[in-house]
Design a protein around this ligand. Structure first.
Ligand code: GTP
Length: 450
């Protein structure tokens, strides 16, 4: 994803990393490289110029904050500006569960709208709401069947008109009437017409008639500058595009075009499509996106937090894990270290490759949960901590009672232990070696005692 753009920017930043002297001349040179990389990836020129001015000003005038070297500070400035460029914080699709909402998906034919409608329905279903799909594309004959198959797969009700005798507005209205049990209606619209103006007029009419909660513009991530033009055309027609869904970012797409689209219509990317399956939709996280784009994780921004912790990495634990021993005792000590570093999920997303290899339930551990786990472990015997495999139902009951907890919590902790253990043993040495920064150092210390 975005590999070329990321590589080019990383190469530019490496000039800073490897320089013996960081002066104005070098800063300007590196900014020029970054400018070139962004413009080559079709990011809006005006935007690039503004951004590079900001980087230059900060890099030259600002003093590095405590704990960061000049080089690290510049890298952080570039990183922050890139994140800013695409929206800083992740934006949620806001749905009020007490109201019925309509989501209208618009976009050019082939952008991935139909597939994305089903993916979005799946995501909404996972949030515990009741989605329904409406097939309002009456131009592409196969669109209805395609959506029908997807809807069946995810068990979401669908309304459409296979005979294609109704207008899209009629279909949408009938769908809203027929699928009364649903609380979120996702409407898949046409992506082509006899002529483009017809398509855009149809989208405007749909919007005026249905008053959707959100219009989602679906953009093919493999597009270049065209993405910007498409975004503008739809924005001019329907006026309020609430968000962008960028598809096909699982391939080798540059995606720079999508960044231009964001800038052009001032709407945030909320989702990215990362495959053809119904579950291949991710919430867009600007920080993570840029970290991966640059291939360095959030590692540098972790510097301050991790500095102290390296000192505290427990020699005995490292030794134990090295020997393949990973009991609840080591887990306990790890939890203590991790809880000093902040939310687990954030930490994991900062380690390239780690986010994906960690099971979801482990990644979303909250600090509160960590505290509960510690209490449970305190009510275990040494033998149980050393050999968690020995803990069967009767022991679980006793541990739960001792900790004033439910038996399910003990089960959950044991599952967490098992998944963490598996994740550690799955992490390949190669991946560890590639990790940069202090985090890589810690991980290598823990895993390989380097
Ligand atoms: N690899 C990959 N393929 C995708 C993704 N999203 C959609 N596709 C594929 O892109 C192709 C076009 O997707 P559709 O959903 O049919 O496109 P559409 O925008 O609905 O097309 P119209 O209905 O004509 O407007 C299909 O082969 C999809 O499987 C994605 O995130 N990754």
């Amino acid at each position: 994803m975005l590999d070329k753009l990321g590589q080019n920017i990383s190469t530019a930043l490496n000039k800073i990393k490897s320089a013996t002297l960081v002066d104005k001349k070098l800063i300007k040179e590196v900014i020029k490289d970054i400018q070139k990389a962004l413009i080559q990836s079709d990011v809006n020129v005006k935007l690039v110029l503004k951004m590079s001015k900001d980087i230059e000003k900060k890099a030259i005038e600002e003093n590095p904050p405590k704990g960061l070297t000049k080089k690290e500070h510049i890298i952080q400035i570039v990183y922050n500006e890139l994140v800013q460029l695409i929206g800083n914080e992740p934006q949620k699709l806001d749905l009020d569960p007490s109201k019925k909402s309509i989501i209208l998906l618009v976009g050019i034919q082939g952008s991935g709208k139909t597939t994305s409608s089903a993916k979005l329905a799946r995501l909404i279903q996972k949030r515990g709401l009741k989605p329904a799909l409406i097939a309002a594309d009456v131009y592409r004959p196969a669109a209805y069947k395609q959506l029908q198959q997807l809807a069946e797969k995810i068990n979401v009700p669908l309304y459409g008109d296979e005979t294609r005798t109704k207008t899209p507005i009629e279909i949408a209205k009938d769908g809203l009437n027929k699928l009364k049990k649903a609380d979120v209606f996702i409407i898949d619209t046409a992506g082509r017409h006899k002529e483009e103006s017809g398509l855009l007029t149809e989208m405007k009419e749909l919007k005026d008639e249905l008053n959707p909660k959100e219009i989602v513009l679906v953009i093919d991530g493999t597009l270049g500058q065209q993405a910007k033009n498409q975004a503008k055309a739809f924005k001019d027609a329907v006026e309020d595009i609430g968000s962008i869904l960028v598809t096909k970012l699982d391939g080798s797409a540059k995606g720079g075009g999508a960044l231009s689209a964001v800038a052009e219509i001032n709407a945030p990317i909320k989702f990215i499509g990362t495959g053809e399956g119904v579950d291949d939709l991710e919430t867009f996280e600007p920080k993570k996106f840029i970290s991966r784009l640059l291939g360095m994780g959030d590692l540098d921004s972790l510097l301050e937090k991790t500095d102290d912790i390296v000192e505290e990495a427990n020699e005995e634990d490292i030794e134990a894990i090295l020997k393949g021993k990973f009991t609840l005792v080591e887990l306990y000590s790890q939890l203590e270290t991790i809880s000093k570093m902040g939310p687990m999920k954030q930490i994991l997303s900062m380690i390239p490759g780690m986010g994906a290899s960690m099971p979801k339930e482990a990644a979303s551990l909250t600090e509160q949960k960590l505290k509960r786990y510690k209490i449970l472990m305190d009510s275990m015997t040494e033998e149980e901590k050393e050999n968690p495999e020995l803990i069967k139902t009767s022991r679980m009951q006793r541990i739960a009672r001792g900790a004033g907890a439910k038996q399910e919590e003990v089960k959950e902790l044991l599952k967490y232990y098992q998944t963490t253990k598996n994740a550690f043993s799955n992490l390949k040495r190669g991946k560890m070696l590639k990790m940069g920064g202090q985090m890589g150092k810690i991980m290598r210390q823990i895993m390989y005692k380097e």
